[in-house]
Design a protein. Structure first.
Lengths: 229, 102
């Protein structure tokens, strides 16, 4: 049934929002621990709204890095959003002011959810907007809770919150790994990113590894539409 | 601190917007369609690797690894999203609390 299908997408969007909301608590707490005010932590979640870049920025600030390094690092980490936008533009078909909103909504999770519905444009659009909306609200709520409660918890990672993000991303990629070429893309990208990390600065391993994975995928003839997941 | 936050946020938004401003016909070739379809899987997988096995710039095994393996098992068992995420955090938290892994 169509409505049941839509409800399932909305359910996943809310679940993903809750998962990242929990992760946002650790962001808020770590941001304040790094020396930001609660308002500044909140501004990052409201305006920047791309988790990995936010974590990268506060990591540089916490280690005493300069403003230039903090900006450069967070920007480099956020470069992948440009590629997500390229992938999402034909799916969303957004024009005018909607395009400005679509840009802010373009993050790992919304793109990943939309990508699960390759070939089904209506579902992909619903997944994109519902996920972005759910995460925007809960990511900011989590940041607020974490920033205000920063003093109460000594180490947010004690609760294993740092495993929430990779687990959420694994859940996003999982339905796409139905063919061996796609699995090869995922495994090569994952392995390359890890291997390159000691040698390349923040953000670069992800981009180089992603490029490597895509080259492998093209060579193996990976087709994105092999399964609708 | 405020200029840093505002400039970095502006740059993050500009990057997100670039992809929507590029004329679609530039990207409307079979090759670029195949590449854009692979982008989410490739980049998300790279992030999974870094957020599981890398701390700062050092490769290592810490409590996140059993957490993500637990998430993988939950996915194989067809668990819903939220259960997958909670399972990962719980396993990592417990392994860390017991002092088995940092």
């Amino acid at each position: 049934m169509v409505t049941e299908h839509r409800r399932a997408i909305l359910g996943d969007a809310v679940a993903l929002g809750l998962g990242t909301g929990v992760y946002a608590i650790s962001f808020g707490a770590l941001a304040v621990a790094a020396g930001l005010s609660a308002w500044q932590a909140q501004a990052l979640s409201l305006l920047m709204f791309t988790g990995a870049s936010q974590f990268a920025l506060i990591a540089v600030v916490a280690s005493g890095g300069s403003a230039v390094v903090a900006i450069a690092t967070s920007t480099l980490v956020g470069t992948r959003n440009a590629f997500y936008a390229v992938a999402m533009a034909p799916v969303l078909g957004a024009r005018g002011p909607r395009r400005l909103l679509a840009a802010q909504a373009t993050i790992d999770e919304s793109t990943g959810m939309a990508a699960r519905y390759e070939g089904d444009r209506d579902s992909a659009r619903l997944a994109f907007w519902a996920t972005a909306g759910s995460i925007y609200v809960l990511w900011n709520l989590g940041t607020l809770i974490g920033a205000l409660g920063a003093g109460l918890v000594e180490d947010p990672n004690a609760f294993g919150l740092d495993a929430a993000a990779p687990a959420a991303f694994l859940a996003l990629v999982w339905p796409r790994l139905t063919s061996w070429p796609m699995r090869a893309v995922a495994l090569v990208s994952l392995a390359l990113a890890v291997i390159l990390s000691p040698f390349l600065g923040a953000g670069l391993p992800v981009l180089v590894a992603g490029a490597g994975g895509i080259v492998v995928g093209l060579a193996l003839g990976a087709r994105a539409r092999e399964s609708s997941g | 601190m405020w200029p840093t936050i505002l400039i970095a946020s502006g740059a993050a938004y500009a990057l997100k917007l670039i992809g929507y401003v590029v004329p679609q016909r530039w990207l409307d070739t079979p090759m670029s369609r195949r590449i854009t379809a692979l982008i989410p899987v490739a980049l998300l997988s790279a992030l999974i690797g870094i957020w599981t096995f890398v701390d700062g710039q050092a490769i290592g095994i810490d409590a996140r690894v059993p957490g993500v393996i637990a998430a993988l098992i939950a996915l194989i068992l067809r668990a819903p999203f939220l259960i997958v995420i909670i399972t990962a955090a719980a396993v990592t938290g417990v392994v860390r609390a017991l002092g088995w892994l940092p």
